[in-house]
Design a protein around this ligand. Structure first.
Ligand SMILES: O=C(O)CCC(=O)C1=CC=C[C@@H](O)[C@@H]1C(=O)O
Ligand SMILES: [Mg+2]
Length: 333
């Protein structure tokens, strides 16, 4: 006997969360809960406005369709994989399926690369207290490209000089022209550059980003590119990692394939959030622990929200919204 319920959630965001020039006041998505015999599995489907190709009504329609097939006996692994044009649906359904089949291990580490922002004194204290990885490195992430690139260079240098065991991931979201990218690099002394683990997509085009890596010796990582048609994972000079945002990428099977390709090419594969709720984030942390145990994931996004959802993120003091408070938008008969 199979049963499924689909819930809709809307969580208030902290004031001032801006994504691709639009303010995100609430994070909206779906949770699915599956029962089969005495087992349950949950998944989160939350297209990210400005990033996902699909919107929530489209996702909801697809989830309803996919789960109707599942309750009638179809394999959810196959149903999820068929939604390759709706990555959030493919990912959420495949997670629920993996929980139901007890494939997704429970063990979870809350370790992730903190996003550096806010008051500098608090930031230094936070980074100082950060645990080091097996190589004695503290890994944090800084968004760049929002203001002057020269200022970004000075800020990054200051952090690296102040904390000798700090290694930074930077993320420019393709915002620099080659001139701006060069302006950034001019203000980061060559001896500090090796502690920039990578910068995600510094320039508008991949070719410009490759040039930046070659000219500056600063490694780059592909994020947006990974989700573009025709992208293939391969070893290239100056490329250190690929970023995998499962909600924007697709099924767990697709994510595993990308991770395997990255590892085979000698690249780091970094699991990163698409601003999922605490339920989705704990699943991403479990996936990261399972499939990329040596790479610190990019999951420091829970505090952008004002509440947790159904499952706690260990250590978080945010209030928890219980499943009983959620609207049921579909249920199998
Ligand atoms: O990767 C991380 O460390 C956290 C997630 C993160 O930075 C992002 C998530 C979703 C959209 C973007 O704003 C941003 C990114 O560009 O990587
Ligand atoms: Mg990025």
């Amino acid at each position: 006997m199979r049963r499924a319920t689909v819930y809709r959630y809307s969580l208030p965001m902290e004031a001032g969360v801006v994504l691709r020039n639009q303010r995100l006041k609430t994070r909206d998505g779906l949770l699915v809960s599956l029962w089969q015999d005495d087992k349950t599995g949950w998944g989160e489907i939350a297209p990210l406005p400005g990033f996902s190709q699909e919107d929530l009504p489209q996702a909801q329609e697809a989830v309803r369709h996919g789960l109707s097939q599942w309750v009638q006996g179809a394999s959810l692994t196959a149903v999820a994989s068929a939604f390759s044009t709706l990555p959030s649906v493919a990912f959420g359904l495949s997670c629920a399926d993996a929980e139901l089949r007890e494939e997704l291990p429970q063990v979870l580490s809350t370790r992730c690369a903190p996003l550096c922002h806010g008051d500098p004194n608090e930031l230094y204290a936070r980074l100082g207290a950060l645990p080091a990885d097996a190589h004695g490195r503290k890994v944090a992430k800084v968004k760049v490209g929002l203001y002057e690139s020269v200022g970004d260079g000075l800020n990054v240098s200051m952090l690296l000089e102040a904390l000798p065991d700090l290694h930074l991931r930077l993320d420019a979201n393709r915002s620099w022209t080659p001139v701006k990218a060069a302006g950034f690099a001019r203000h980061v002394a060559p001896e500090l550059r090796s502690r920039i683990t990578f910068i995600e997509e510094p320039c508008l085009t991949r070719e410009q980003s490759r040039d930046f890596a070659r000219l500056t010796g600063i490694a780059i990582a592909w994020d947006e590119s990974v989700r573009e048609a025709g992208f293939t994972v391969q070893a290239e000079p100056g490329v250190a990692a690929i970023i995998i945002k499962p909600t924007l990428t697709g099924s767990l099977m697709r994510c595993r394939q990308l991770i395997a390709q990255a590892h085979a090419a000698g690249l780091e594969a970094v699991i990163s959030s698409s601003l999922e709720s605490s339920l989705g984030l704990t699943q991403l942390a479990r996936i990261a622990q399972w499939l990329t145990p040596d790479a610190v994931p990019g999951l420091d996004t829970l505090d952008l929200m004002q509440a947790q959802l159904v499952r706690h993120w260990p250590d978080s003091v945010l209030p928890l919204t219980d499943v009983s408070a959620l609207e049921i938008v579909w249920q199998s008969k």
